[in-house]
Ligand binder design. Structure first.
Ligand code: AMP
Ligand code: SF4
Length: 459
């Protein structure tokens, strides 16, 4: 499941729930299906509230800002597993055992959740939701003889696939990241308040300084005695930090693994201009908003002007407009409108970040051509997406992936481009600037985590 996580801890009770609300607001791009928060209440137990849709609709800022607590977490959800319109699947999930109270918010997808669920159900566990995250709570409950943190760490060794977690365990904030490092998780601090966040852009909003990332395979515990770190006792062959976070998912004002997402996107555009130049183009333009930054890099390295050719209606939500016949016919026009005066008679290099089903590019190219563009050349700042993601990004099955069904030439014809080119995997890795054995490129290369799709260890 693709999601945004935010947590806060203060040794003194404060209104840190407002920080969590703001943090989630800054992470809205990571999930729009639902939002939820959980916090330690005055009785030392956990309270929570969740709602559907965008943060400001799902949660009541005013009432949250009026609550004082020392530990709080929050989550925005973009469902990939579990039914999306069902609030029982909204995070944080909460539970209490005889020893402690727990709340958990999860970003990523576990690849062995079904196997674990089957095992636990065989031993009498009853699952309330269809999210894979619930297995973490059940694994912990299964070891109720152990102190909660020991039970957590032991449970994490059973998991395969992607998990970045923020949790409340008793009265402490816990942030954990799988040993492969699929999803980001960063720590921050403002005075004596500590934060954990999916991306650094949310730390900026609450006025916190980024301290460091939670390391792959690390569990960080933040409590009254300060910050503590415990490694998950597992050795893995290599890391799999998600390259698609840089290409599309993360916000450009975030820093992941020390790399500015903005800079990586611009470098992708520059490299694309070198590997797939477009000398016949008069102008370069970006698909709003996903291709804009790569298009700046492309224009700069090509020595051609960057122009905005399409305006996006910023207020188009996901479900605000009734899908009547008229609206269906308008299609992409509801969201995007071309600027005829810039487009007419020109050869245009359009840069976008990715092609998934191929529908967006097909519609936009035909829209630009209808406005009188002479030629439209499409440049994509990621390699062709040919394989589904099992680690939390919502990609469709192979059958629906345009680049899995046809080669680049066929795809070029289908979407109606005068030329089409993608960046290479090598250029993608070089632009990110991390060693290749640290980065996941499975949706481009098909090279999934070794042993990642097995059922994990003996339970
Ligand atoms: P498509 O029409 O399916 O080819 O969609 C491609 C567009 O969707 C690109 O412009 C991307 O910016 C955007 N995109 C890529 N991956 C995702 C995703 N997992 N969820 C939502 N949008 C995406
Ligand atoms: Fe990211 Fe693709 Fe790997 Fe999924 S398969 S984690 S989207 S790089």
């Amino acid at each position: 499941m693709m999601c945004g996580l935010f947590g806060a801890f203060s040794a003194k009770k404060r209104n840190i729930l407002e920080d969590v609300y703001l943090g989630l607001y800054a992470l809205q791009h990571r999930g729009q299906e639902s939002a939820g928060v959980a916090w330690t209440n005055d009785e030392g137990r956990i309270s929570s509230t969740k709602g559907s849709g965008l943060v400001h609709l799902a949660l009541d800022q005013e009432s949250l800002a009026g609550i004082e607590t020392s530990c709080a977490i929050g989550h925005v959800r973009y469902a990939t597993t579990g039914a999306s319109n069902d609030l029982t699947n909204a995070h944080p999930l909460t539970a209490s055992t005889s020893k402690t109270s727990l709340a958990v918010a999860h970003n990523g997808n576990l690849t062995n959740a079904e196997g674990i669920k089957h095992f636990l159900e065989g031993r009498g566990a009853i699952f309330h939701s269809t999210t894979d995250t619930e297995v973490i709570l059940h694994l912990m409950a299964h070891q109720r003889h152990k102190p909660p943190l020991d039970a957590l760490i032991d449970s994490l060794t059973k998991l395969r696939g992607a998990y970045s977690l923020v949790m409340i365990v008793g009265d402490e904030l816990v942030a954990a990241r799988d040993p492969w490092g699929f999803r980001p998780l960063v720590l921050g601090r403002r005075d004596d308040v500590y934060y954990a966040s999916s991306e650094s852009c949310a730390l900026d909003l609450v006025g916190a300084t980024a301290l460091r990332e939670v390391q792959p395979g690390e569990v960080v515990i933040i409590g009254k005695r300060g910050m503590d770190s415990i490694p998950i006792p597992m050795t893995v062959r290599r890391r799999y930090e998600c390259s698609f976070e840089y290409v599309y998912f993360a916000r450009p004002d975030s820093v992941l693994s020390g790399r500015s997402v903005y800079e990586v996107r611009k470098t992708l555009g520059r490299k694309l201009a070198r590997s797939a130049p477009c000398p016949m183009a008069h102008i370069a333009t970006g698909m709003p908003d996903s291709g804009t930054i790569a298009a700046y890099g492309f224009a700069e390295a090509s020595g051609m002007p960057y122009e905005q050719t399409i305006v996006r209606n910023r207020y188009v939500g996901r479900t605000f407009i009734e899908p009547t016949q008229r609206v269906r016919e308008l299609g992409v026009r509801i969201k995007l409108n071309p600027i005829t005066e810039v487009i007419r008679g020109k050869n245009i290099a359009v840069v976008d970040d990715s092609i998934v089903r191929g529908t967006t590019s097909q519609r936009v190219i035909s829209m630009i051509k209808d406005c009188g563009a002479s030629q439209v050349h499409l440049r994509i700042s990621s390699p062709p997406v040919r394989f589904p993601c099992y680690y939390g990004i919502d990609t469709p099955s192979r059958a629906e992936l345009a680049a899995a069904r046809m080669n680049v030439k066929k795809l070029e014809q289908k979407i109606g481009a005068d030329s089409l080119a993608f960046i290479s995997e090598e250029d993608l890795i070089e632009s990110i600037g991390l060693p290749s054995e640290q980065i996941c490129t499975a949706c481009f290369s098909g090279q999934y985590m070794e042993g990642g799709e097995d059922n994990g260890p003996e339970l």
